[in-house]
Design a protein around this ligand. Structure first.
Ligand code: F6R
Ligand code: MG
Ligand code: MG
Length: 383
């Protein structure tokens, strides 16, 4: 089968529809249920190929097709797959069955209904290598730092210096999750402006990276479940697609960005900073303090819409030391218990269950003369 000049779309749609023994690990039967629905969709010609996988309590549907991004039929297929998986989860009595499906009815697009979406449409090169990164117990901006390293840091990506096709840099599209606005910033020219935004991981998320000739290079799911649902129902664990090689970062340059287990928000109750640990499929489950936050990487080649692979990218001794370091950082952070900076700051805790606890204390406060008049009230700082 040939794409005949039409563009290929790679769609990764994920949701937590319930898991075994807590928010720990998706049940294989739920993956099978989702796979059955996607196999039907493949037979009907809605998608060309698919692969279903999971990290922690999240299931990822990796699909290829020629229908472009935001295609209603592809999104409906994904929705049906999650619905089917949810009904198996309910039968098995899995924990938090149907957690991320915020609506009973599908309305043309899964965005805003709970699932996370990362889609990239491109003209296939003769060989089209891609990496798909999937994380659990964290949020989309967990990929800000690795994306910066992959596409803008010459100490990580040698190709930025050496490869003439990458030398002119990349354009980052950054979302302001609070305002629902986006800004495009070019690197290396606007590198410092980019960092001024994406360092604030609670607000700014890198959504897309493009090459300067317009070729799409990477995309991240950017839904924020807590803002969609208006109350805390879990962190919106992200997925990311990165195109690789010949004019894009090499596979090893993309993986290199995960050799530093940086601190990300999420972990237990979505309320703690912890190190992002790169793991292979066998360790793609959440244990210690519901974590630590982990990232799984699968490599594929896309050929005429067909998915060739996967290869389990972090299942390698070269990442053992990173995992050991992450475990050590996890220890260090855990010793802070309920104190910041292990626990998130007040702005982020607004979206958890903590405000319910604090409400009960409100009436217990009494006037107390501090001997001076406070200039700024704490609530004003939160606005
Ligand atoms: C974090 C997460 C878990 C739960 C925790 C409590 O994203 O999913 O850490 O927050 O296990 O879960 P509940 O409130 O369902 O008992
Ligand atoms: Mg969950
Ligand atoms: Mg999860």
């Amino acid at each position: 089968m040939s794409s005949g000049g039409t563009k290929t779309t790679l769609s990764v749609i994920k949701a937590d529809i319930g898991s075994i023994a807590g928010h720990h690990k998706a049940h294989p039967d739920t993956l099978l249920a989702a796979s059955r629905v996607l196999a039907e969709g493949k037979k009907k010609g809605i998608i060309v190929d698919f692969y279903v996988t999971a990290i922690g309590d999240d299931i990822q549907l990796i699909m290829t097709h020629f229908r472009g991004i935001n295609d209603p039929q592809v999104h409906e297929l994904a929705w049906d797959a999650f619905k089917e998986a949810t009904s198996v989860a309910k039968d098995l009595g899995l924990y938090a069955a149907g957690q991320d499906l915020l609506s009973d009815t599908f309305s043309g697009n899964v965005r805003g209904l709970g699932p996370g979406v990362a889609e990239l449409e491109f003209s296939e090169r003769p060989s089209e290598p891609v990496a798909i990164f999937m994380a659990d117990k964290t949020e989309p901006s967990a990929f800000n730092l690795p994306l910066y390293k992959i596409f803008a840091d010459p100490f990580n990506t040698a190709g930025l210096v050496i490869d003439p096709k990458m030398h002119s840099g990349f354009v980052f599209t950054v979302l302001d999750l609070y305002e629902g606005k986006a800004v495009d910033l070019s690197t290396p020219e606007e590198l410092y402006d980019l960092l001024a935004l994406i360092g604030t991981t609670s607000r700014y998320v890198i959504k897309y990276v493009h090459r300067k000739d317009g070729e799409p290079a990477a995309v991240v799911s950017s839904e924020r479940l807590n803002l969609i649902a208006g109350k805390y129902i879990g962190k919106d664990d992200p997925v990311m697609i990165v195109r690789l090689q010949s004019g894009f970062p090499a596979l090893g340059e993309a993986l290199e960005a995960f050799s530093f287990p940086h601190l990300v928000a999420g972990w237990m109750r979505g309320s703690h900073f912890g190190p992002l640990m790169p793991v292979g499929l066998k360790d793609a489950k959440m244990t210690r303090f519901d974590g630590p936050p982990r990232v799984l990487g699968l490599g594929f080649n896309v050929k005429a819409g067909r998915l060739v692979g996967p290869t389990d990218l972090f299942d390698d001794v070269a990442f053992d030391e990173v995992r050991r370091q992450a475990a050590e950082i996890a220890d260090y952070m855990r010793r802070h218990g309920p104190f910041m900076p292990h626990r998130l700051g007040p702005e982020e805790m607004e979206y958890t269950t903590l405000p319910d606890v604090l409400k009960r204390l409100e009436g217990m406060f009494r006037p107390f003369d501090l001997g001076y008049k406070p200039i700024v009230k704490h609530e004003d700082l939160l606005e």
